[in-house]
Design a protein around this ligand. Structure first.
Ligand code: FE2
Length: 267
């Protein structure tokens, strides 16, 4: 029964969040009744293997790197694009877990159990965008490495040494607690496109990210994905473990060609 309601939730209009919130509250209360075999079957049927929807051969035939990059960037038959790059996710997960007591609530009600901690930003606890705190600009918000960066050297050094951004804005650990939900939303005014980058540090069974019109994102620990957060999306943690991700925002700036190479080489 719970899976039928779960299926209805996913197939319903993602924008109708008042209905969804009611439904999510119900499902959270039923968490202990989830039948894991049924859930496994349900997830496998709804996984969206994104790259199989990408017109890879057509893109490879395009001449220049810039054309290939633009074709990937403008592709709307996928909602996430997996970047081929190794990330030390096991060490990073250990670092994040050791700091769990410092995470703060991020966008509560109607969300539940969503917490974050900034490695780079205005402060460790300023987990939202600068305008939520009254700053008029990024400059005024004074984004910089926070004291958290020193407490998770494997993670912060990896970004300083390996990630092709000329400046970072917010770089955060985010966690979703058991029974937690990030209700359907989009992070732009409707503009579609790949904006943020998410990295999965773990992927507890039963915790899933849904992309409207696409299905379940097939996250695996260590995956780095360029995300179309202009599309409605939601996350529900029906596992009994915290789910940890990293979300990175920033500017490629003068390192744009390196970024382009990284995307095109991930085809
Ligand atoms: Fe989002």
């Amino acid at each position: 029964m719970i899976l039928t309601r779960f299926r209805n939730l996913i197939n319903s209009d993602f924008a109708q969040s008042s209905f969804l919130n009611h439904e999510i509250a119900f499902m959270r209360s039923q968490l202990h009744k989830v039948d894991h075999e049924g859930l496994r079957d349900f997830i496998s049927k709804n996984l969206h293997e994104d790259k199989s929807y990408l017109p890879r051969e057509e893109i490879l035939q395009l001449k220049g790197r810039r054309e290939k990059f633009e074709a990937i960037k403008n592709c709307r038959s996928i909602s996430t694009f997996r970047i081929k790059k190794e990330f030390p996710f096991k060490k990073s997960l250990e670092e994040a877990k050791a700091l769990k007591h410092l995470f703060t609530d991020h966008r509560r009600d109607p969300n539940y159990g969503w917490k974050a901690l900034c490695l780079h930003g205005s402060s460790p606890g300023h987990t939202n965008d600068f305008n939520m705190y009254g700053y008029k600009s990024r400059e005024e918000a004074n984004y910089q490495w926070t004291e958290i960066a020193d407490r998770c050297p494997v993670t912060s050094d990896w970004f300083k040494e390996n990630w092709p951004y000329s400046e970072f804005h917010r770089l955060r650990f985010v966690l979703l607690e058991p029974g937690g939900s990030i209700t359907p939303h989009r992070d732009t005014d409707g503009e579609r496109g790949f904006f943020a980058v998410n990295i999965a540090l773990n992927q507890p069974f039963g915790c899933n990210m849904f992309m409207d019109q696409f299905g379940i994102v097939p996250w695996r620990p260590g995956d780095i994905r360029w995300m179309d957060i202009g599309n409605h999306h939601a996350v529900y943690n029906f596992s009994d473990e915290d789910r940890y991700h990293i979300i990175v925002h920033g500017l490629q700036g003068p390192r744009f060609e390196e970024f382009e190479d990284m995307i095109v080489n991930s085809l």
